[in-house]
Design a protein around this ligand. Structure first.
Ligand code: HEC
Ligand code: HEC
Ligand code: HEC
Ligand code: HEC
Ligand code: HEC
Ligand code: HEC
Length: 447
């Protein structure tokens, strides 16, 4: 009855292993689904503004992108310090003022006239595009109490990165897999031993045959050798092809720039429009890098990086970022203490990242304005990039693929609408792609 004993111990091991691997895959699964749920709760809760009071987080974005060029929170610059301004005027006055301050001054509003005179008759830009809700948000931001002695401390909702848990749960799955593998190996060894014991108890003698060395056996088998040679040839031509195809393709290129300029901080956290800096993308062939004067529109006032109280979202220290702003001052020759230009300039040499060969014609306005393609379609999630990198391959195949799949935008373009209708009839379909309009003709892209 020895066999039976062996049998039960073997099946017990099997059962145990199964249970173990099952429980592991279950726990890692539960971790994965729990993580995003946990991540959502605090972010959503903290970001919700109190009813009617305005949202200081949104307000900060608006303030930094529209008002910071002339206003600081706690010091006078072109305009007065704005902290607590909501208590200095009633709300209706502020709406009117922000929408069009010149009109109020002209109409003789006493408070407006006085302000104007106090500030050397400087004119504030009108912002008719801001809704009353937007202005409430800005006022909520300017009404934040001072924290850490600094400016806009602590308005950011705690940022919980939903991906943060992804790494650990991946590691967990990997660990579980390795464990299961280990268990399987142990099982095999045990099974082998059990079988040998079963064989022994049944009186079967296991003879270890003298084995031909593996290599010799292999060399003798001509078929195997042939298959290997063919496989080797296929693999090497595959890699050679891959290598040749990536020549001149710089996808992912991410050089270190002379000033650490974060698109995440500017375009993402502070919501500055791409076209504020890359203004020529809309109207011309090239997008261009903004001149340092454009930077100084804001940075005359923003001399230090304050970020947020917990600054969870930033990748470097405040000192580092402030140092980078100092580099900007150094380059344009701005003396921050005397608040004037010294006249000594050291132009910044930005490293060019996207670069098509000279024999290719690419036009931004055609894509951004005429075709209505978003910057991010080609350049990726720029507003999340701490360091700019090339997102797309910029190969001919990439251009042509998109021309084959993207419909031409015809609304609001009579000339196009007419050609479109004619061509649509000719090809017998309702929607035309850029390729149908000639977007795959060599001459369109090659000089
Ligand atoms: C081009 C510069 C400029 C910009 C941009 C600007 N302001 Fe002003 N702002 C001024 C000036 C200058 C004054 C002082 C009054 C004057 O001279 O017209 C002022 C005054 C004010 C006042 C009254 C302050 C007080 O002490 O009573 C408020 C409120 C105000 N601005 C809000 C804003 C908001 C909100 C924004 C952004 C949406 C903004 N400003 C953008 C220049 C600017
Ligand atoms: C505050 C000004 C500013 C804003 C706003 C801004 N950029 Fe930039 N951008 C720059 C500067 C400066 C550089 C050069 C430094 C670098 O590469 O990081 C640059 C570089 C780039 C490059 C790479 C250029 C190259 O050399 O190939 C791309 C692409 C780009 N920006 C796209 C965008 C997009 C898309 C947005 C909007 C989501 C945006 N930018 C918003 C200032 C800005
Ligand atoms: C529309 C306003 C605006 C313009 C234009 C602008 N910045 Fe900024 N910049 C900001 C704001 C807002 C911050 C964040 C300040 C904070 O959080 O305390 C910032 C932060 C920075 C920082 C520190 C963080 C980082 O990105 O490394 C640097 C350096 C900087 N800017 C450089 C530039 C340069 C160079 C340009 C011109 C190409 C430029 N800025 C144009 C508003 C602007
Ligand atoms: C259809 C794809 C596409 C779209 C949409 C697009 N770009 Fe580009 N961008 C490119 C290509 C391709 C290059 C390289 C151009 C070259 O080397 O001549 C480039 C280059 C750039 C450069 C480097 C300087 C230059 O002009 O060559 C900047 C900055 C830039 N893009 C910003 C933007 C911004 C901002 C937007 C949105 C307003 C935008 N791009 C939309 C494809 C695109
Ligand atoms: C995201 C999609 C997309 C990508 C990527 C793209 N294009 Fe386009 N392109 C379009 C669309 C849509 C049009 C049609 C615009 C219009 O209505 O004229 C167009 C039009 C053109 C035209 C004008 C064609 C004509 O009939 O006059 C040229 C030239 C062109 N693209 C070149 C390029 C080059 C070069 C690249 C690669 C570096 C590229 N495009 C990448 C979407 C794209
Ligand atoms: C939509 C734009 C577009 C059209 C249409 C187009 N090309 Fe290209 N072509 C490119 C781009 C972009 C490159 C650069 C690719 C790179 O640098 O990797 C290129 C590169 C090339 C090259 C250099 C070899 C290489 O792959 O780098 C040749 C040759 C070429 N094209 C031939 C043609 C011919 C022939 C046609 C017409 C059948 C054509 N192209 C149509 C955009 C286009």
């Amino acid at each position: 009855m020895k066999k039976v004993g062996n049998h039960t111990s073997f099946s017990r091991i099997l059962l145990f292993c199964l249970a173990l691997s099952l429980s592991f895959s279950l726990t890692s699964f539960a971790q994965e689904t729990a993580a995003p749920a946990a991540a959502e709760a605090p972010a959503g809760g903290a970001a919700a503004p109190a009813a009617g009071a305005g949202d200081p987080v949104k307000g900060k974005e608006l303030f930094n992108s529209l008002c910071a060029a002339c206003h600081k929170l706690d010091a006078k610059s072109t305009g007065p310090a704005l902290r607590g301004v909501a208590d200095r005027h009633d709300r209706a006055w502020i709406y009117k003022w922000v929408h069009n301050s010149s009109e109020m001054i002209k109409s003789g509003d006493p408070a407006a006239v006085k302000l104007f005179a106090e500030n050397n008759n400087s004119v504030m830009t009108p912002f008719p595009q801001l809704s009353e809700g937007d202005i409430d948000n800005i006022m909520a931001y300017t009404s934040m109490p001072i924290e850490n002695g600094g400016g806009g401390g602590g308005v950011k909702a705690p940022v919980v990165d939903p991906n943060a848990n992804g790494g650990s749960s991946n590691a967990l799955i990997l660990g579980a897999l390795i464990l299961v593998l280990g268990v399987l190996i142990v099982m095999l060894v045990l099974v082998n031993r059990t079988l040998r014991r079963v064989a022994a108890s049944n009186g079967v003698v296991i003879v270890d045959e003298p084995r031909l060395s593996l290599w010799k056996a292999y060399a003798k088998n001509q078929f195997l050798v042939l298959v290997t040679v063919i496989l080797l040839m296929l693999a090497s031509s595959y890699f050679l092809y891959g290598y040749l195809m990536q020549i001149g393709v710089d996808q992912g290129y991410e050089p270190v720039q002379p000033i650490h300029f974060s698109h995440k901080i500017h375009a993402g956290d502070n919501g500055i429009d791409c076209k504020y800096c890359h203004s020529s993308a809309r109207v011309s062939k090239a997008s261009g890098i903004p001149s340092l004067n454009v930077c100084m529109n804001c940075h005359k006032n923003i001399a230090e990086f304050q970020g947020d109280k917990d600054s969870l979202y930033v990748d470097h220290s405040k000192e580092f970022y402030t140092g980078e702003i100092k580099k900007l001052y150094n380059a344009v020759g701005w003396d921050a203490t005397a608040q004037k230009y010294t006249g000594v300039q050291k132009p910044v040499k930005w490293v060019r990242i996207h670069n098509l060969p000279d024999f290719v014609y690419f036009n931004h306005s055609q894509h951004v304005t005429v075709a209505g393609v978003e910057c991010q379609t080609c350049h990726g999630p720029v507003e999340k990039m701490e360091v700019m990198r090339q997102h797309s391959p910029l190969t001919m195949g990439w251009c042509i693929n998109c021309h084959r799949t993207t419909d031409v935008k015809v609304e609001g373009n009579e000339y196009y609408a007419k050609i479109h209708d004619e061509l649509a009839k000719k090809y017998g379909k309702d929607k035309l792609t850029a390729a149908d309009m000639g977007g795959t003709e060599c001459g369109k892209c090659h000089y």
